[in-house]
Design a protein around this ligand. Structure first.
Ligand code: GLN
Length: 484
């Protein structure tokens, strides 16, 4: 099998080809490694690749196939964001503080992928501890957007999107706390699915903001996203926030997906000045196509959207400041060589050296909003506003099946253009964070490219909590309609 075949290959097509005996998982995994060798020098999506381990697992998958198994993920290599624990592999979250850390166990999503026969084939770059929108906050390397190498791939799951878009992975897993799956998918021209809060286990996934984090796939098609969600979703005795609801066969549910009669809500608050005109017109054009194909499109209002960025950056940093307290140079990862003479100096020096600028900024902000005297003014008010944002969506979904909007106000921007301007980068999250605050599901699918630079632009579709079937059917129908 040739390495350049990885570019156009979907999970579904590879599974069919392996069922038909056209190639083995071992050949497929080798082709992925060849593609990485040929292309990743320019793109920089991967941090580490465990070739021997992956080939061993590919052989096991081939043996399972010979013994009669035939699942959609059997023998499929999946690139993993460097935030998921995969037993005996590094898990650094792109941070110096976790340099040298080797995961002693599998995250539940890793274990579920393995049960389905998938092969975790390499760890991909991200913003440190998933804080960022451009992957430039990785402590280890810059990742370039395969569609335009002088631009960012988005973030924080930039490596996950760049690996897929760059023809170096069939599919990948990312996490989305405030847009980190949907936004890089949009920037790189992939499909990125953020499941509802409580649909997928977070056990073994390094926590950023526990009430917002969700795991999901970045793929080339909606069908592949459905296949992976079907494998990773569902109850977990180790994560009590996962609801014990049956997991539908999401792939089978896509059959007959149509836009006819679909009630699409278009929120006024997501079509505002400041959004790039080309993004606006591509997204509006996509919605028009849905209407022409028989959908009922109506204007809706999500009036508390204007508080979303502030609420998100209070809740997310508050939770991060608590979650990151575990990185102290004793329990995990690296320790400052010159620790000083007290426990406090060991903590101080390890964290000063180990955490990057953006992570420190968030810990400080989070500690501030939780401190006595400010808690009521910031954190407690943010929680109240969060409830209002969730209610906006509940009301909207009583009137429509899905919501359509842009994913981000701009297409992929040039490297180095926001990295020293945190506020500018935070404002870019305006259309993605509300879904996390409300716990609902969302997806980004490609809806065209900018005329000037040929940059991919995503359409965001949002569905109600646990409405993944409706969401994926709508996305599938769009994919068929737009032909992308
Ligand atoms: N860009 C957002 C942030 O920096 C979201 C990140 C994420 O979803 N992990 O916090």
């Amino acid at each position: 099998m040739r390495s350049d075949e990885i570019s156009g290959m979907t999970v579904a097509a590879a599974a069919d080809a392996m069922r038909a005996g056209k190639f083995s998982s071992e050949e497929l995994v080798r082709a992925v490694f060849d593609a990485i060798d040929e292309r990743d020098g320019l793109i920089g999506a991967y941090l580490t690749v465990d070739r021997d381990g992956a080939l061993k697992e590919a052989k096991t998958a081939d043996a399972r196939r010979r013994a009669g198994e035939s699942g959609d993920l059997l023998g499929i290599p999946v690139a993993m964001k460097d935030i998921f624990n995969v037993k005996n592999q590094p898990c650094t979250c792109a941070s110096k503080i976790l340099k040298g850390y080797i995961a002693p166990y599998d995250a539940t999503v890793t274990a579920k992928l393995r049960t389905a026969g998938a092969v975790p084939a390499g760890r991909v770059n991200m913003d440190e501890f998933a804080m960022g929108t451009s992957t430039e906050h990785s402590a280890f390397k810059i990742t370039h957007n395969p569609a335009a190498l002088d631009r960012v791939p988005g973030g924080s799951s930039g490596g996950s999107a760049a690996a897929v878009a760059g023809g170096m992975a069939l599919a990948s897993l990312g996490t989305d706390t405030g847009g980190s799956i949907r936004q890089p998918a949009s920037f790189c021209g992939c499909v990125g699915l953020k499941p509802s809060y409580g649909r997928v286990s977070r056990y073994g996934v390094t926590a950023f903001a526990s009430s917002l984090d969700q795991v999901g796939p970045i793929t080339k098609t909606v069908e592949d996203a459905a296949i992976i969600l079907g494998a990773i979703a569902g109850a977990d005795s180790r994560d009590q926030t996962v609801l014990d609801k049956p997991v539908p066969n999401y792939r089978a549910e896509l059959r007959g997906a149509s836009l006819k009669g679909l009630r699409i809500g278009v929120p006024d608050e997501y079509f505002v000045d400041g959004t790039d005109p080309e993004v606006m017109s591509l997204v509006r054009g996509a919605i028009d196509k849905c209407e022409n194909a028989g959908a009922q499109v109506s204007r809706i209002s999500l009036p508390h959207t204007r508080y979303a960025i502030a609420v998100y950056y209070i809740c997310a940093t508050a939770e991060a400041s608590a979650n990151l307290a575990r990185f102290d140079g004793i329990r995990y990862g690296a320790r400052c060589a010159d620790a000083g003479s007290s426990l406090q100096s060991l903590y101080d020096r390890t964290r000063t050296e180990g955490f990057g600028k953006e992570v420190k900024r968030r810990i400080i902000l989070g500690t501030y909003v939780l401190s006595s005297g400010y808690y009521d003014a910031y954190y407690s008010r943010a929680l109240k506003a969060r409830t209002l944002i969730r209610r906006d969506f509940e009301k909207a979904f009583s009137e429509c099946d899905v919501i359509m909007a842009p994913v981000a106000p701009t297409p992929a921007y040039k490297l180095n253009s926001t990295v020293n301007d945190p506020l500018k980068s935070y404002l870019g999250d305006v259309f993605t964070v509300p879904a996390n605050l409300a716990g609902i599901c969302g997806i980004s699918i490609p809806c065209g490219r900018t005329a000037a630079d040929g940059l991919p632009v995503g359409l965001q579709i949002l569905g109600p909590a646990f409405g993944e079937t409706v969401l994926l059917r709508a996305a599938k129908a769009c994919e068929t309609e737009f032909g992308l």
